[in-house]
Design a protein around this ligand. Structure first.
Ligand code: B12
Ligand code: SF4
Length: 501
């Protein structure tokens, strides 16, 4: 049911000559009876009017992903859910359609669709349907998929709620824009007059492309919390309550995970931004500066999801989770232990090798870290230096020693290695793979995805055989965008085999 924010009854002055006293009754429904006001008005009144200030309905969309391969490595639309938390706190009515949902029972009945599967700790594969490749990707032999629900289910879900006043669509990888386009096309078919606002990572990194190609009416780049309230006020005429606003003025918002159809795990951020400035990374462009939450407040949030939805698996999305550990992550983990929260933690985004001291590793192990991914980048000293020199010589061996001494098994430790950087040869990657395996950990190739606006972008454009600037599809890591003569897809396959061997 739609709850009006302000409920007002006015009595219209129909008989101007009457002497009956007139009243206006007004209540702010969220503040309850205390706010009831009876106002005596001058004019005589007879007819009753209900003037309801309708709280706007906002529809949130996590769009499809079109790609060669995608794994559900604790992948949730965290940014969109954070905005959901903010908007709800301001009284907006929210609904979310998650195109990557795996729980809709109708999906099991769909023919021609590969089933979603679940692996450990809530991760796994999404439902997927093979679709024709977009023109620029036709040259690649691999099959291309739409990951997520069917368009029919999407339409059905759109039709279930009230017509929204505004639709907010998120976006992630720059080369996933076809899924965004498709979602917006179907939204426009169903709600032609409803404004669609696009934000998120693609909208931020490829703003002009998004403005010309996404089909959205408004592109809002950057952290959405900065401007979304003003834009919604403009689009809906709904002015948010200043009292509610002041209580919610936080840099990092609590995500509204309960909007998702079903929760298997949650992801969280204890910080935003990153103090490092690696030349291949977009962190700085997405969030300038580095801010942290109070670690105890983070634990409150984790406890909330654990108690309410029995959530056990938690993935940290932080860019620099372990930095200054004594004041942050160790405080957080100690609190988790004090409250005896039976949580299982994961770091799909990779943690800094140099931060893995004995004390930190012990804290991670004792508090329930089940998988740890490290960002090693490369063992080549010169390239390591060019990439910012975060991993000092010997640091990786020391980190591995601390992790194993703390109790981690080799199978729990994954190591990201950058692969396909401009002018990188495959021997360098092979050497890094061997080194990781010699230490008993599992190497994971992070194929380089060139990102506009990053320091490495110009060099990437020079080296790449693809038109990176005009076609974000070519940022796809799977095609090895900065391949060279001696390092193409064949060599990439060999390296993948080497990782598995
Ligand atoms: C978590 C993460 C992942 C997760 C999955 C995330 C997901 N949801 O699918 C995992 C670990 C699986 C992953 C994988 C990869 N990732 Co990643 N990932 C991230 C990371 C660290 C965080 C994203 C995030 O959720 N941030 C937190 C939220 C709060 O921020 P946000 O989404 O930006 O939301 C805010 C704003 O954008 C905005 N907003 C969001 N939605 C909306 C909507 C509206 C309407 C509005 C107004 C605003 C708005 O407001 C939000 C709140 O401030 C980013 C780096 C980063 N710092 O963002 C890289 C990043 C997105 N990943 C990147 C890369 C390169 C990859 C890989 C290719 C790495 C590799 N080589 O293997 C793979 C992809 C492989 C594949 N095919 O799946 C790149 C992007 C590349 C690109 N071309 O777009 C990034 C930017 C990192 C980098 N190198 O710079 N990744
Ligand atoms: S690669 Fe990691 S350490 Fe470097 S800037 Fe990006 S998030 Fe920070």
């Amino acid at each position: 049911m739609l709850l009006p924010k302000i409920f007002t009854i006015t009595l219209d002055p129909v008989f101007q000559s009457s002497n009956i006293p007139a009243f206006l009754l007004q209540a702010d429904i969220r503040r309850g009876l205390k706010s009831l006001r009876l106002i005596k008005v001058r004019k005589p009144l007879l007819k009753v009017n209900y003037l309801m200030e309708k709280t706007p309905n906002i529809l949130l969309i996590n769009p499809w992903v079109h790609d060669f391969a995608v794994h559900d490595l604790w992948a949730k639309p965290l940014g969109l859910l954070m905005l959901g938390g903010l908007l709800r706190a301001h009284g907006y009515q929210l609904r979310l359609v998650d195109c990557l949902d795996i729980h809709d029972p109708r999906l099991k009945e769909v023919t021609g669709m590969k089933r979603a599967t679940r692996r450990g700790y809530g991760t796994g594969k999404f439902y997927r349907t093979e679709i024709p490749k977009p023109g620029p990707l036709e040259q690649f032999e691999r099959p291309y998929y739409r990951f997520g629900i069917t368009p029919e289910i999407f339409r059905d879900l759109l039709g279930r709620g009230p017509e929204p006043d505004v639709v907010l669509v998120t976006s992630t990888m720059t080369y996933w824009y076809p899924g965004v386009q498709k979602s917006i096309r179907l939204l426009k078919d169903q709600f032609p007059d409803v404004p669609v606002v696009l934000g998120g990572i693609y909208a931020t990194l490829c703003q002009e492309h998004a403005a010309s190609n996404s089909g959205a009416d408004h592109i809002l780049p950057g952290p959405g919390e900065n401007l979304i309230l003003q834009l919604l006020e403009k689009l809906t005429g709904h002015s948010f309550d200043k009292l509610l606003h002041s209580g919610e003025k936080k840099t990092i918002l609590r995500p509204a995970f309960d909007l998702l159809p079903q929760l298997d795990y949650i992801c969280t951020l204890t910080s935003r931004g990153c103090p490092f400035h690696c030349p291949y990374c977009a962190s700085d462009l997405l969030y300038s500066g580095f801010v942290r939450r109070d670690p105890i407040e983070v634990v409150d949030e984790l406890e909330h999801w654990h108690k309410k939805y029995s959530i056990v698996d938690v993935a940290f999305y932080d860019d620099a989770l372990l930095l200054d550990a004594n004041k942050h992550i160790l405080v957080l983990l100690k609190e988790v232990r004090t409250r005896k929260l039976p949580l299982q933690f994961h770091t799909p985004n990779g943690v800094h090798v140099g931060s893995l001291s004995e004390e930190v590793c012990e804290g991670l192990f004792l508090s329930g870290f089940r998988t740890v991914r490290l960002g090693l980048e490369t063992v080549d000293a010169e390239r390591q230096h060019q990439l910012g020199g975060k991993v000092k010589p010997g640091a990786f061996s020391a980190a591995m020693e601390s992790l194993t001494r703390a109790g981690f098994q080799p199978g729990q430790i994954g190591v990201y290695l950058l692969c396909g950087l401009p002018k990188q040869d495959s021997d360098e990657v092979a050497e890094s793979i061997r080194m990781v395996k010699d230490h008993g950990a599992r190497p994971y190739l992070a194929e380089y995805s060139p990102i506009p606006g990053t320091p490495l972008w110009s060099e990437a454009q020079r080296c790449s055989p693809f038109d990176l600037a005009n076609e974000p599809l070519f940022h796809n890591n799977s095609i090895l965008p900065c391949r060279s003569e001696g390092f193409g897809l064949e060599e990439l396959q060999e390296l993948k085999q080497l990782c598995k061997a």
